[in-house]
Design a protein around this ligand. Structure first.
Ligand SMILES: [Zn+2]
Length: 210
C-alpha cells in the first residue's frame, strides 16, 4: 500500500501540475469515444497499451472481459454498457481479451471452482465460447487456452449485440464493435477480422489503415 500512496503523492506533485489544463477541462464533463471492455488482470492496462489520456476511454473491467447477454434482470455491466452507448454515445466498443487469462484458463481446462462459487457462476457467460473451443482440435493445452481466449472475445461480442442500446446503435450505423486479444509477453494485439472470423495483427487489420 505504501507504494500506491507514494505513487499518488508523486502524481500530485509532478504529473498533475503538467496536465492541469486537461483536468480542468475534464472536471465538468466527459466525452469518451470508446467503451473499452477488458479483464481485471493487473498485466493488461488499457490506457497504457492504447496510450490514451484521461477522458478518452470509458472502461469496464471484470474477470474474463465478460458482457452478460441482456436479460430481464440487467446487472452492473449491462447498465454501464447502456450508459456508454445511450448517454455518452461512444462510437466504438472494444472487447479485449489477453494471453494467459486466469478466467479463460479455468474455463478451458474445466478447473474445479467449487471453492469460488461466484467465479464459477460468472464464467457461465462464456459457455458458448467453451462449447465452440471444445469442439476444435488443439495441439496442446496452451493452444486450448489461447483458443478459449479468442472464442471468448467473439462470444462476448455476440452477447453485447443483445443489449437494446447496442442493437439500436448498430442498426443506425453509429457504433462499431471490435474484438482484440493482447499478448502480455510480446506487447502485441491481434484483432478480429469480421470478414474471415480470424484474428490478425492489429497493425495489419483494416481498422489500422488510414
Ligand atoms: Zn484475464
Amino acid at each position: 500500500m505504501r507504494d500506491i500512496i507514494n505513487g499518488f503523492l508523486r502524481f500530485q506533485r509532478e504529473v498533475f501540475p503538467k496536465r492541469r489544463e486537461l483536468f480542468k477541462k475534464l472536471a465538468s464533463k466527459q466525452s469518451p469515444m470508446t467503451l473499452f471492455i477488458s479483464c481485471s488482470d493487473s498485466r493488461m492496462v488499457p490506457e497504457l497499451v492504447t496510450q490514451s489520456d484521461p477522458g478518452n476511454l470509458f472502461v469496464i473491467r471484470n474477470a474474463g472481459n465478460i458482457v452478460p447477454s441482456f436479460g430481464p434482470e440487467p446487472g452492473g455491466v449491462s447498465a454501464t454498457v447502456e450508459y456508454a452507448v445511450a448517454a455518452l454515445k461512444v462510437r466504438d466498443i472494444v472487447v479485449c481479451g489477453h494471453s494467459n487469462c486466469g478466467a479463460m484458463t479455468a474455463v478451458a481446462t474445466c478447473a474445479c471452482l467449487d471453492h469460488m462459487p461466484a467465479v464459477r457462476k460468472w464464467l457461465r457467460h462464456s459457455d458458448a465460447a467453451r462449447m465452440i473451443n471444445e469442439a476444435q482440435a488443439h495441439t496442446d493445452e496452451q493452444a486450448r487456452i489461447d483458443g478459449m481466449v479468442r472464442e471468448n472475445v467473439k462470444a462476448q461480442l455476440n452477447n453485447i449485440r443483445t443489449h437494446p442500446s447496442v442493437a439500436l446503435a448498430l442498426a443506425q450505423k453509429s457504433l462499431t464493435l471490435h474484438g482484440w486479444v493482447y499478448d502480455i509477453e510480446s506487447g502485441s494485439i491481434d484483432a478480429l477480422d469480421t470478414d474471415t472470423d480470424c484474428f490478425v495483427p492489429l497493425a495489419e487489420h483494416r481498422a489500422a489503415r488510414p
